[in-house]
Design a protein around this ligand. Structure first.
Ligand SMILES: [Zn+2]
Length: 267
């Protein structure tokens, strides 16, 4: 397939990479001030997990067999041999006592898919039905079908191009919508404001001590809280303290100062 997020060249790869900054290394995405964005980014995280299990593990974590007691042996695992009246392993279930009656999404991933469904059903989520072969109401169903098609044939599934294309289209649509939600926040603008304010306070303040994600999160909170600009630095300092970024920030400021001094010496 030409474009795929699995090969890091999906249609909205740049957008996905930018939003990825908001996803923690572990655990769920939580934005107390912005539940709408939380849902959008959490959907991206869920999508990534599904993608990973699809391509890397053949959905062995996403899909599980739905088993019932074997009908032939009533779940005992044995059957009577008609010839010599001995008991032997049931020929229908091979002594396993159960038979596979279908496949379903495992609980852990089903919860992720539920989040995605909430996002898809939200009023801002749009699907151009001239582009995609699904709509708001069957999108999740189509996603689950691809996953189950893969996971139910574990070991023999050969990744047919139709399934890959379906998954890719579902991903495109989800990422596009998450990006729209993200864009509305003007996060980059708030980051620029923050940089300007910090520099105004202390020209030598180094911004580089903070990881992208932390800056994003902070800037986002600022945006949503709609605080006055005069609160900005105070809030920022609080944020640095709460997240134990103080040392990191100091270390980087020190390094920057040394660099300035070396430049002065050289003049
Ligand atoms: Zn049986």
């Amino acid at each position: 397939m030409k474009n795929s997020y699995w090969n890091n060249n999906g249609v909205y790869q740049k957008e996905l990479d930018t939003m990825w900054n908001l996803i923690p290394h572990q655990g769920e995405v939580i934005f107390p001030q912005d539940k709408e964005l939380e849902l959008a980014i959490e959907s991206i995280r869920g999508l990534n997990r599904l993608y990973y299990d699809f391509y890397n593990n053949g959905c062995c974590n996403v899909v599980e067999a739905d088993k019932e007691d074997c009908y032939e042996c009533g779940g005992t695992g044995y059957e009577e041999n008609d010839d010599d009246e001995d008991w032997e392993d049931c020929s229908a279930c091979g002594g396993d006592c159960t038979e596979v009656v279908g496949h379903e999404i495992t609980h852990y991933y089903a919860e992720m898919i539920d989040s995605m469904e909430d996002f898809i059903h939200s009023s801002n989520f749009i699907i151009d039905e001239s582009v995609y072969s699904f709509n708001k109401y069957d999108m999740i169903d189509k996603l689950q079908k691809v996953l189950i098609s893969c996971g139910s044939r574990y070991g023999s599934y050969n990744f047919p191009i139709e399934d890959e294309m379906k998954l890719e289209a579902l991903a495109d649509c989800l990422i596009f919508n998450a990006w729209n939600t993200y864009k509305e926040r003007n996060i980059e603008k708030h980051i620029d404001n923050l940089k300007t304010l910090l520099k105004r306070k202390d020209k030598k303040t180094s911004f580089e001590g903070l990881k992208e994600r932390e800056i994003f999160l902070w800037a986002m909170n600022f945006n949503i809280g709609k605080q006055k600009v005069s609160y900005t630095l105070e809030e920022f300092e609080k944020f640095v303290k709460e997240n134990n970024l103080d040392d990191q920030l100091k270390e980087n400021t020190k390094r920057l100062n040394e660099m300035y001094e070396r430049q002065l010496d050289g003049q």
